[in-house]
Design a protein around this ligand. Structure first.
Ligand code: PEP
Ligand code: MG
Length: 611
């Protein structure tokens, strides 16, 4: 039967031309392959003297079809002519759609202007630099207090045991367990209880690993050595050179970002982070070019091209000159944008896009003002809670100082939990903290903290039109409960609140399916794409190896749906709103209020003027 079936098959060839400036790249190839799978046919691609099977994505990609290249489809089927006609139309539609998506930026064109070997990387921050690579290094500094080796060793083992039992950060706890194992093994073999014997044992352990498949574990031994030394009374501090450098690190703690700006760092390459991690958000605001690249970079110097998402290890002299030129042009564009930062952002078709700022304290609020923000779309209010529990007066004063700066101000209530903790409140141990007591859910465990904050906000508002935004709202009941708490406080403390608007961070997928109900009760929404992405894809925003592109098509579909259905004022305050490449698409979807990091405001306004 099968043989008979095949006997009736005919062959037809069709020649097609790649017309998109992006070439025949991954997305259209994937769509074409899916389409081909629908047919009962054998289809091959022929180009540059090579043949690729029509259902093999990799084979087709390896043909390397660029703009203006021709290729032939050979179709063997019962009715190849009809399939050819359909596929020809489908392919041309794909090319046209892809061409329409072409943005002016070189990255969107998939352009690589460098001649040396390049590494592709994920963009965290988009300027350009070239400098020697400098692997992150910490040095031990002596503190005033010292401990004998034996005591420090016991303390290090205890601390590792504690860390390995902490389920709040699973990766860290697993590493701590491994390190504890390594340390107790070393400790059991010590010839004497001295630091010298310990150092010797560590060096021996490292030597046995050198040149083996496990050479990467050498760093683990160094890590446990430094731990013990830290307990002996030495502090670990990052050491930076005093000439320009590109920092190469696994990841940075949020607290390590600010000191970088006063160092000679010209750029940053991180191996393990994601664009939505809080340290990445801070890094973006420094304007240092920053990229994520998982692989090892063995080179003395490198170009970090944050505009294109390209790293050029050991670049040629020509490429260095090119990077310098690009960096100069980038700075000139940034300076031109800076001159117009206080002007509104008007698209070519005369649509006004409001640009608000995401701020995190009084300093960033002032910076936002200086950078041309038209208001604050997201005030992350955690700043006042970080090291102690603030009093009502302290909070009222701090919020008042912020509200004085802008006529349009959205303050988000405390959003801790997940990757943000507070030392003085005890959250329950949770296996999945991002799915636990986070954001407004604190209202159920620490009601007094949220109540005090609401009271301070209401007092500081003093008849000003302030917007209060609740984070991590999943259901309408939660929003009503939070709003009622504010109303109750206002009634009890005799504070008029007709000036206050109440809204939510739209960051949990459940809200998307209840927009009609939410529309009846909220005054506004602000979409937190960082968390929305995390919860849509089920991938922790801080996960070291898993990540989702900031403008993932599924997220864009969700944004299209929200824009089409939500009736109340809507803005975006997640990191996506500050991605220049995504802005034209957001505008096209109908978004007209974006809240972004202060440093990005001039550039994004300029981008909008060209949309
Ligand atoms: C978000 O989730 O997108 C957001 C803006 O809030 P945060 O990054 O502070 O969670
Ligand atoms: Mg969030």
């Amino acid at each position: 039967m099968d043989l008979l079936h095949r006997l009736f098959r005919k062959k037809h060839t069709l020649t097609l031309k790649v017309t998109s400036p992006n070439g025949f790249h991954l997305r259209p190839v994937a769509k074409m392959v899916n389409r081909i799978r629908e047919y009962d046919a054998v289809i091959t691609f022929n180009a540059h003297g090579k043949v690729a099977k029509g259902m093999q994505l990799n084979e087709i990609l390896s043909l390397g079809l660029n703009k203006d290249d021709w290729f032939t489809l050979t179709i063997t089927a019962k009715d190849p002519q009809t399939i050819a006609t359909e596929l020809e139309r489908y392919f041309n539609d794909l090319m046209n759609a892809d061409e329409a998506m072409v943005d002016n930026s070189a990255r969107a064109r998939g352009e690589n202007p460098y001649t040396s070997r390049i590494l592709e990387a994920t963009i965290l921050s988009d300027s350009i630099a070239c400098a020697p690579l400098y692997p992150y290094r910490e040095e031990l500094r002596e503190a005033d207090e010292h401990r004998p080796f034996g005591e420090a060793l016991a303390l290090a083992l205890d601390a590792l045991a504690l860390e390995s039992a902490d389920t709040a950060d699973r990766l860290r706890s697993e590493i701590a367990a491994v390190h504890r194992e390594l340390l107790s093994e070393i400790a059991s073999k010590l010839s004497a209880q001295t630091q010298m014997a310990f150092d010797q044992a560590i060096e021996e352990a490292k030597a046995t690993l050198a040149n083996t498949a496990n050479a990467s574990k050498i760093a683990d031994y160094e890590d446990i050595r430094q731990r013990v030394l830290a307990h002996m009374g030495y502090r670990l501090e990052p050491v930076y050179p005093d000439t320009p450098f590109i920092l190469l690190a696994d990841d940075l703690l949020p607290s390590q970002v600010a000191p970088l700006t006063t160092s000679k760092a010209a750029g940053v390459i991180l191996r393990r982070t994601s664009p939505a991690a809080h340290s990445a958000i801070l890094l973006r605001n420094t304007r240092l070019p920053a990229l994520i690249c998982e692989g090892t970079i063995e080179a003395d110097e490198a170009i970090v091209d944050g505009a294109l998402g390209i790293i050029v290890p050991d670049p040629s002299e020509d490429d260095k000159a090119l990077a310098l030129k690009r960096s100069k042009e980038y700075r000139e564009c940034a300076e031109a944008a800076f001159l117009h930062r206080h002007e509104e952002a008007l698209t070519r078709s005369n649509r006004t896009i409001r640009i608000l700022a995401n701020i995190a304290d009084l300093t960033s609020a002032k910076e936002a003002k200086e950078m041309g923000a038209e208001g604050v779309g997201l005030c992350r209010s955690e700043f006042i809670f970080t090291d102690h529990e603030p009093s009502l007066e302290e909070q009222t004063e701090a919020y008042g100082a912020l509200f004085d700066l802008f006529d349009d101000f959205t303050i988000r209530t405390l959003d801790v939990g997940g990757d943000k903790g507070l030392s003085y409140i005890k959250l329950p141990h949770e296996t999945n903290p991002f799915l636990g007591i986070r954001g407004i859910r604190l209202m159920w465990t620490h009601r007094e903290i949220i109540a005090a904050q609401l009271e301070a906000i209401l007092r500081a508002a003093r008849n000003r039109p302030i917007k209060i935004m609740f984070p991590m709202i999943a259901t309408t009941d939660e929003f009503l409960e939070a709003k009622e708490l504010a109303q109750e406080i206002a009634a009890r403390k005799n504070i008029a609140i007709s000036n206050i608007r109440f809204g939510i961070m739209l960051e949990l997928p459940s809200v998307i399916f209840a927009l009609e109900e939410f529309d009846k009760i909220v005054d506004f929404y602000s979409i937190g794409t960082n968390d929305l992405t995390q919860y849509l894809f089920g991938i922790e925003r801080t996960h070291p190896t898993l990540s989702v592109p900031v403008d993932a098509p599924i997220l864009m579909n969700a944004l299209a749906y929200i824009r089409a259905h939500a009736k109340k004022p809507l803005s975006i305050c997640g990191e996506l709103a500050g991605y220049a490449d995504a802005v034209p698409q957001l505008i096209e979807l109908g978004y007209d209020t974006l809240s972004i990091s202060p440093a990005l405001i001039p550039g994004i306004k300029e981008k909008i003027r060209n949309v």
